[in-house]
Design a protein around this ligand. Structure first.
Ligand SMILES: Nc1ncnc2c1ncn2[C@@H]1O[C@H](COP(=O)(O)OP(=O)(O)OP(=O)(O)O)[C@@H](O)[C@H]1O
Ligand SMILES: Nc1nc2c(c(=O)[nH]1)N=C(CO)CN2
Length: 191
């Protein structure tokens, strides 16, 4: 059935695009095979039926911040498109961390893989489990430098990132490590 033009907008979107949001997720690893942990985490993010990985940054090697006596991190940022509410997306991320062997010891300490929910469109949330935007993201060059890659084509967000980066110290501790290798991720998932 075709509707007259003036009625088309009233038809509900069958896949719920009005609920679809873009979420920025920061990933970090400084134990074991760091690059493989990042690739596995990205692959597993996209295995959820309601989560699509739509963009990824390059991978950066970064000096540890907060607790210095640990190895260098690899950090990157992924953007997912999802209809999940924030708490459910966060739950999915925690399951990935646990599945990839993350053991919580000291705050800011070494980890196989850490996933932080940075932004979810313009959502603002402050619960005991989840704060969005992530409360420390704007002061972390290891987040903002890769986020700049993932925010390509989003001028407003890019300007905000650039404003924070201008004021930040420690950017020299963030160096490009490699492209993110989509191919090896899809090879491992058999698609
Ligand atoms: N936006 C968010 N993303 C991820 N975790 C969050 C967020 N907001 C609050 N949290 C909470 O922060 C708690 C500590 O997280 P985590 O163990 O990853 O800390 P950390 O990585 O050592 O330090 P940081 O939080 O500074 O990155 C988690 O239990 C989680 O519930
Ligand atoms: N370079 C770097 N430093 C950190 C990181 C991280 O991902 N990269 N994560 C932390 C806690 O989330 C603390 N310090």
């Amino acid at each position: 059935m075709t509707l007259p033009d003036d009625r088309r907008e009233a038809v509900p979107d069958p896949i719920g695009s009005e609920l679809r949001k873009e979420a920025y997720i920061g990933l970090g690893s400084n134990l074991g095979d760091r690059e493989t942990y990042l690739q596995d985490a990205i692959r597993e993010l996209g295995l959820h039926p309601l989560v699509d990985v739509v963009r990824v940054s390059d991978i950066y090697e970064t000096e540890p911040v907060g607790y210095a006596d640990q190895g260098r991190f690899l950090n990157m940022v992924a953007v997912v498109s999802t209809t999940l509410p924030p708490a459910s997306l966060h739950h999915h991320m925690k399951e990935i961390e646990d599945g990839l062997g993350r053991i919580r010891t000291i705050r800011n300490g070494p980890r196989t893989v850490d996933l932080d929910l940075l932004l979810m469109d313009d959502n603002v949330l402050d619960t005991s489990e989840l704060i969005i935007p992530h409360p420390r993201m704007w002061e972390r060059a290891f987040v903002l430098v890769p986020m700049r890659d993932a925010a390509k084509g989003k001028p407003h967000l890019l300007a905000t990132i650039a404003g924070h980066l201008d004021r930040l110290e420690g950017k020299e501790g963030v160096t490009r490590w490699s492209n993110f290798n989509w191919r090896s991720v899809s090879e491992r998932s058999g698609s």
